[in-house]
Structure formats: C-alpha cells, structure tokens
Design a protein around this ligand. Structure first.
Ligand SMILES: Nc1nc2c(ncn2[C@@H]2O[C@H](COP(=O)(O)OP(=O)(O)OP(=O)(O)O)[C@@H](O)[C@H]2O)c(=O)[nH]1
Length: 324
C-alpha cells in the first residue's frame, strides 16, 4: 500500500468508538474542538493583518511563525473532529508532526530572541523618555528665546554706542555728519529747507583751568541737557568736537532756528548749576552760528558757512547768535 493510500485510509477505528458513542463525551469533544478550531483559525488571520498594517514592528516575523504554528494546531483539532466518525489517523499524525516541527522552531527562535526583546524599552520608559525630551525641547526653546533677546538687546546697545557721544549721550560726530549728508540729499531732491546751528562754549579753556577738567565735563553735560530740551525729537543734536556742537533742524527756516538759538543762549545765561563734583556754582555761555541750507550748498560749503557765522558770534563779543 502506497503512502498516499495509507494517508487516506479512513477505515481505521473511528474515535467515537473509543468514546463508546456516549453523547456526553461526544458533546465535550466536539464542542471543545469546534471552539478551538474557530479560535485557532482566527488568530493567524488577526496576526497576519497586524503584520501587514504595522510593517514597522520589530521582529514581526515572530508573529508569522506564531500564525503558522497556531494554524497547524487548529488543523490537528479539525482532523481530530473528523476522526470521531472516520479513522484518518495518518493524516492526523502527519499534521501533528508538522505542528511539532513548526512549534519547536517557533519556541527556539523565540528563546533566541528573548534577550533582545527584554532589552527593548517598555512603553512606560518610552513615555518617560518622551516627557524628558519634551522638557528638554522646551528648555532649549526658552534658552534660544533668551539668547535671541540678549542678542537683540546687545545689538541695540552696540548700535546706540556706535552713534552716541559717551560723555553727553548726544549723537557723535560721525552720526551727526551722516544725518547732515542725508538732510542735504533730501533738500536737493525735494527742495525742503533745513537749518544748521553750530554752538561753541565760551572760554571753556578757562573753565577747565579754573575749576578743573571734571567740572569742565559737567558743564558739557549740562549744556547737552539744555540742547536736548531746546530742540525737538526730529532735530539731530550732536557733539562734533571738545566743546563744539552741531544741530540740524529739518524743514525749519532760518528765522525759527535763530529763535531756538537765542533761547538756548538765554537758558545758558540763566543757568546756575551747582557742581555735583564739588559744589561750585558754575556759570557759562555759548556762541552760536546759524545758517539755512541753500539749493547749491554742499556739505563743505554749508559747514564752512556755519563756521563763519560762529566765528562772527565769537568776534562780536560771544554769548550771542550770528547768522549767515
Ligand atoms: N573738560 C573737558 N574739556 C575739553 C573736552 N574737550 C576739549 N576740552 C577743552 O576745551 C577747551 C577748548 O578751548 P579753546 O578751543 O581755546 O576754546 P575756548 O576756551 O572755549 O575759547 P573760545 O571758544 O574762543 O571762547 C580746551 O581747553 C580743551 O582741553 C572734554 O571732553 N572735556
């Protein structure tokens, strides 16, 4: 008899005979096997679907091994169910051998995989790591924000420093000259008038010589304050030399600039500043030259004209305003 004939030799004693066809035993065997077969055929479908949907899962081949092993278990239960009425014990034996091979392979591979699987981070530790990463990210964002704020603050401070006169906090020479260039360009393009005023403290050398350099510095600061108060936001006020100041009045005709200059002379004249340095009452005056920009003025001619006006103010006795 060939193997194939033996395999399908269903005339061996049916398993029901062993159970003496007792309904209670039959019910238990048939019921148990049916439920097991349904379950063992469903689980592989679920595992295959999982592997298909989650191809990112590590070791997903283990799920496939489990599917094969559980499917074969289901198959042996199915054959056992048939064998209650027939006697296909060769088929059942073959199915059991196959199930055994696949089961033992799955067991060996699972055991080999165990150390790797155990060392995998748990969901709890991953969640904790996630929280730590989130906190670190927030800290980093905070730090970046702080850093950006500091860089902006420093940049603003540096930009201010680059255009500011350290002693008086007015514009420095470079900055006020740049503004003058800009004003001249605007005046040439749009024909808008602007006026220029050059101030120089009178006998400043003798203030330094009489009271000392620190009080000379104080006078410069006090004078700078008068300048700030006598002018408007849009005016550009700068210190261009030791005791020499240049003021630009945009869109201002000569007469208005002269009024400001005269008011400034008056303020200085009335000032009785008490030195914070040694209590000395300091008095000082200034001479001022004022000019209005002409259509044909260049930077050089304009500065020349305002210098001449200042020289005139000095020459006519100081503490006065002269215009060109
Ligand atoms: N305290 C102080 N003095 C300065 C500073 N820069 C320049 N000076 C002094 O200012 C004085 C300017 O003197 P002069 O150019 O002779 O002018 P002046 O004495 O005001 O005479 P007139 O302008 O003709 O009225 C010098 O003694 C300089 O040393 C400064 O930043 N602080």
């Amino acid at each position: 008899m060939s193997w194939l004939e033996r395999l399908f030799q269903g005339n061996l004693m049916p398993h029901g005979q062993c159970l003496l066809w007792r309904p209670d035993l039959l019910l238990m065997h048939i019921g148990g096997d049916i439920l097991t077969v349904v379950a063992y055929f469903t689980i592989p479908i679920a595992l295959i679907l999982l592997v298909k949907k989650r191809d990112d899962l590590e070791f997903n081949w283990v799920f496939l091994m489990f599917s094969a092993f559980i499917f074969l278990c289901g198959l042996t239960h199915l054959i056992a169910l048939i064998n209650i009425w027939h006697g296909y014990y060769f088929i059942e034996g073959l199915a059991k051998v196959l199930t055994g091979i696949v089961s033992i392979s799955t067991a060996c591979m699972t055991l080999a995989l165990l150390p790797k699987a155990i060392s995998m981070p748990s969901r709890k530790s991953m969640l904790q790591m996630n929280r730590q990463l989130k906190t670190a990210k927030e800290d980093l964002l905070d730090l970046t924000e702080q850093l950006e704020r500091k860089v902006t603050e420093r940049t603003i401070a540096l930009e201010k420093l680059a255009v500011t006169d350290e002693l008086t906090d007015l514009l420095n020479r470079r900055a006020v000259m740049a503004r003058l260039t800009g004003q001249l360009q605007l005046a040439r393009r749009y024909g808008k008038p602007f006026s220029l005023m050059m101030c120089d403290l009178d006998y400043f050398k003798s203030i330094n010589d009489t009271y000392g350099h620190p009080i000379g510095d104080e006078v410069l600061t006090v004078f700078a304050d008068h300048l700030k108060q006598a002018t408007r936001e849009v005016d550009s006020v700068g210190r261009v030399g030791g005791e020499e100041f240049l003021i630009l009045f945009p869109e201002t005709p000569l007469a208005e600039a002269i009024t400001v200059a005269e008011r400034l002379c008056e303020r200085c004249r009335d000032d009785r500043t008490v030195s914070a340095y040694d209590g000395t009452v300091i008095t000082f005056s200034c001479s001022i030259g004022v000019v209005q920009c002409n259509a044909d003025d260049s930077e050089k001619t304009l500065l020349n004209r305002v210098d001449v006006a200042l020289y005139d103010a000095k020459a006519s006795g100081r503490d006065t305003v002269a215009s060109a």
